[in-house]
Every structure is written in C-alpha cells, then in structure tokens.
Design a protein around this ligand. Structure first.
Ligand SMILES: *Cc1c(COP(=O)(O)O)cnc(C)c1O
Length: 348
C-alpha cells in the first residue's frame, strides 16, 4: 500500500522518552530548569478564546522580537516548528548536494534521504574537532552545514575560524551554522551575517530556553534566503508555528536576564562535572554545550549506557564507528550530576 518513496526512508532515532519509570534523564539535552517567569505567567493568563483564530502566518510579533535581540531586521528572520523543521526547509530550499562532518547531528543524513540529496561526509580531526581544511578540500561550490557547537562532541569553532572558512567558500553556495547549543558558552556567527550573504544561522528555544516541548526554532539570514524559506513553508503548511509558540517565544526573549542565569548555572555544572569525570580517569572532550561527550577507561559506550539505565540514569549512546567508546551526558541539576557520579563510582 505504501508509495515507492517509502522504500528509501530511514527515519531519525530520537532519544528515548520512557514513560515506564522515572529516570534521571540525561539523554536528550533538555534543560533541567523550568522556563522563565514571563513564559509561566502567560500560560496562567492566556484566554482560551485566543485560540479560535489561526496563527499569524508571517509570525510578525515573534520575528520582530527575534530581530531586535539579534540586531537584524524582521526580514532576516524565519521561524518554524522546532529548528528541526527549519533545518528540513533549509535542506529542501538550498541543497542539491551538501557536505557535513561525518560525526554530527544525525538528522542531517535523514533529511538527505528524505529529499534525495546526495551528501559528502568529512571525517573529524583526530581530536574530534571539525576539520575545516578537510571541507576546503571539497568542492567549494557545495553547500555546507555545521552544528556549532557540534553534537554529540560538544566541540566548538570560533566565528573567526568560520569566517576564514567562508572567505574560501563559493559565495553563491550557502553555509549553514546550526547554533542549537551556542548559548552555553560559544560566540555566535550571527555577527558575520552582514559580511556573508550566503550564511544561514539556525537557533532553537529547545535547549537554553527550556522549551523543547513547545517546538520553536528559527533562522537568521539575508532576506532573499528568508524569502526562500517562506516559499518552502507556504508550500507545505501555512501555520507550522502555533499562536502559543509565537506568543511564548516573545515572552521567553523578554526574560533575557533570568535566562542568562539559568544558562550560567548549567555552564558551571558542566565544568564541575567535566572535572569530576576527568579526576576519576575518564576522557572528556572540551564542551561548549549543555552536555559532555565522555568515555570511561576500559569500557565501551553500549555497556556503560545499559548499566546506567539499569541504575535509573539515561544517557545517550551512538552506535557509530569512531565514537563507540563514548556516551553523551546532558548536564542536569547539581543534584542529578552528583547522583550520576555516585552511580559511576559503584560500577566495576
Ligand atoms: C536539538 C537539536 C536540534 C533540534 O532542535 P529543535 O528546535 O528541538 O527541533 C537541531 N540541531 C541540533 C544540533 C540539535 O542538537
């Protein structure tokens, strides 16, 4: 009964969201803290009658607020149902082929299969960093997408490094920087947008703003590129961003200072956790994200993952060549990380 298109689909495997018992959930990079005050207040006060109408298809208020925060115009902003949706529109709208790191966000090859886009995967460096010279040796006219900080490694490229890369890249071919984790200590590439008309920066409210359940992400780019994203969206769904998501996005942005404190706590807990794991002999990659990618000496990632799961702690393991020894551990509260470290201490 299926269409012929179904034969080549390989869906993304999302991190587990188990309902069987309550785990300490350190597997999908969710924020352990609740959303900020204005978000909570709006949810208490919203008039259900506001939901009678369709959302604003141009997302005007949200785009105005995002433009102001990012120092660009609203014509430079597109928003979607999570950055995953924004990314899928970017793949559809800009890639006849694309290059990305061999180890990165595993949705990228899934979108390629979905849309029939051929891709080049560029190996990481020995130290697990992204090999920009490796990309430069590819066809400079082939579009590129980089997660920065990268997932699952947490490793980060500076805007200077990305700018040097853009200098060598064909200015008629887009370079996409997926900044899902940029708030956790990295420096954004958004400041390069006025120099490079082929740059697209992607962000999400899921991680630093504690709104993974809301589904809200956005792109910042030159207005001609944003127009393309609207053409893709309007050929697919006029209203992917609900009224609630548009309104809550505006509220979340207005809580900048409160959010900065939340993010700062997570950064401090990350640094503490990295140090503790290093002290007991683990290898921990340097992270600018809300997770660490780490390996325990003498043990593979799969067995570490399942033993921790048995003991009530969920982390993420990727069955992929080169990273079989690692697990990705989301930074939770101090208390959760102490329990994690105590539990690790009981492993033989
Ligand atoms: C989490 C994540 C996303 C998806 O975020 P949503 O906005 O929740 O869809 C995109 N890119 C990377 C690298 C991520 O880790």
């Amino acid at each position: 009964m299926q269409s012929s298109r179904m034969t080549h689909l390989t869906p993304y495997t999302a991190g587990e969201q188990p309902r069987d018992k309550s785990y300490i959930k350190l597997n999908t990079n969710e924020n352990p803290f609740p959303p900020t005050g204005m978000v909570r207040e709006y949810l208490r006060e919203i008039d259900p009658a506001d939901l009678r109408l369709y959302p604003d298809p141009k997302m005007t208020r949200l785009r105005d607020a995002l433009a102001e925060i990012n120092g660009v115009g609203p014509e430079n902003i597109f928003a979607g149902n999570g950055s995953d949706e924004v990314l899928s529109f970017v793949f559809y709208g800009f890639f006849d082929s694309v290059a990305f790191p061999e180890i990165t966000y595993s949705f990228y090859p899934v979108y390629c299969d979905f849309y029939g886009i051929p891709y080049t995967s560029v190996p990481l460096r020995q130290d697990f960093g992204i090999d920009l010279p490796g990309f430069q040796r590819q066809n400079p006219a082939e579009p590129v997408i980089l997660a920065n900080p990268n997932s699952p490694t947490g490793m980060y490229l500076t805007p200077d490094e990305i700018s040097a890369f853009l200098e060598e890249h064909d200015s008629n071919s887009v370079v996409v920087v997926d900044e899902a984790y940029i708030d956790f200590g990295g420096d954004t590439c958004a400041k390069l947008l006025n120099q490079y008309e082929n740059l697209i920066v992607i962000r999400t409210f899921s991680k630093s703003h504690s709104l993974a359940g809301l589904r809200l992400g956005y792109a910042i780019a030159a207005s001609v590129l944003i127009d393309t994203l609207f053409t893709v969206k309007d050929s697919f769904n006029s209203y992917p961003v609900s009224t609630l998501a548009q309104e809550l996005g505006v509220r979340a942005l207005s809580d900048g200072e409160e959010n900065r404190l939340v993010v700062q706590r997570i950064i401090e807990t990350r640094e503490w956790t990295s140090q503790q794991l290093t002290d007991i002999g683990w290898r921990v990659l340097p992270s600018k994200a809300n997770f660490v990618f780490a390996s325990m000496p003498g043990r593979d990632g799969a067995s570490l993952y399942s033993e921790l799961k048995n003991k009530g702690i969920l982390v993420r393991y990727f069955n992929k060549k080169g990273i079989e020894d690692f697990v990705r551990i989301t930074i939770g509260t101090d208390e959760q990380m102490r329990i994690l470290l105590d539990t690790i201490g009981t492993l033989s």
